[in-house]
Design a protein around this ligand. Sequence first.
Ligand code: NDP
Ligand code: A1CAB
Length: 272
Amino acid sequence: MSNPTIAFVGAGNMAASLIGGLRAQGVAASAIRASEPGSEQRARLQQEHGIATFADNGEAIKGADLIVLAVKPQIMKAVCLDLAPHLAPNQVIISIAAGISCASLENWLGQRPVVRCMPNTPALLRQGVSGLFANVRVSAAQKAQAEQVLSAVGLALWLDEEAQLDAVTAVSGSGPAYFFLLIEAMTAAGEQLGLPRETAARLSIQTALGAARMASESDVDAAELRRRVTSPNGTTEAAIKTFQAGGFETLVQQALNAAANRSAELAEQLGQ
Ligand SMILES: NC(=O)C1=CN([C@@H]2O[C@H](COP(=O)(O)OP(=O)(O)OC[C@H]3O[C@@H](n4cnc5c(N)ncnc54)[C@H](OP(=O)(O)O)[C@@H]3O)[C@@H](O)[C@H]2O)C=CC1
Ligand SMILES: O=C(O)[C@@H]1CCC=N1
């Protein structure tokens, strides 16, 4: 990275993952600060990453090039209104909050470069994926800096339209929970079929991991990989037919529609 200073406002799970990723990439501890109300969390960040921490958000952002807003969406407005008088004109805002638009952030913080991102929790293992959208005030160099922050914890993909962040939230922001749900259901079904619970869980988890790696590393698509598992008139076909008779694809579409609608609704409710 071209050595920008990065300040995190709110240093919970997602911010701690990003800080860990940046440090692992070789970003100096002196280039990172964080503000956080919890004294234990501040001590943990200092100890684990050697970064300066602050109880006061205004102190933390002094002189920073990039300011990562990583508080819950419900308190974003109050945090921004408190932060606004402390901001310098060229500081870039990177918000990772679900459902808070660039327009709302500019309403609260004044006109400035804003990048909105939707990461996901596998960022904890640096296996995350994020969608990013930049407003018109973000320069190419600032976009590259924002991308480097998010790519420290996984894949970072730029979007052309801000509204697409609702879809990203539905697919990958919330997505880890869908796979956990499938693992839970497969574990319960395996147990029902007579396996010890621990064995059923390990089989389910390792199968998810192996399938995801195959889908990620293979040069054929998921549909072809599925076909290769599915012997004619075999066991997989029996299971897939049962999924499809139950409306699996329609249900997935409905679930993702509900998540995307909720993301848009949150933006409406919290963006005033
Ligand atoms: N979790 C997820 O799967 C995803 C989350 N996000 C977004 O990331 C953001 C952060 O989420 P996550 O890290 O999970 O949440 P956390 O609750 O772990 O982190 C938020 C942190 O902000 C701190 N905080 C509270 N009030 C203030 C304040 N006034 N000033 C500064 N910091 C404050 C909290 O401290 P305390 O706990 O002491 O209140 C907490 O440590 C959210 O906006 C969420 O939408 C995005 C994608 C996925
Ligand atoms: O459930 C939520 O609202 C947040 C956003 C994406 C993942 N968690």
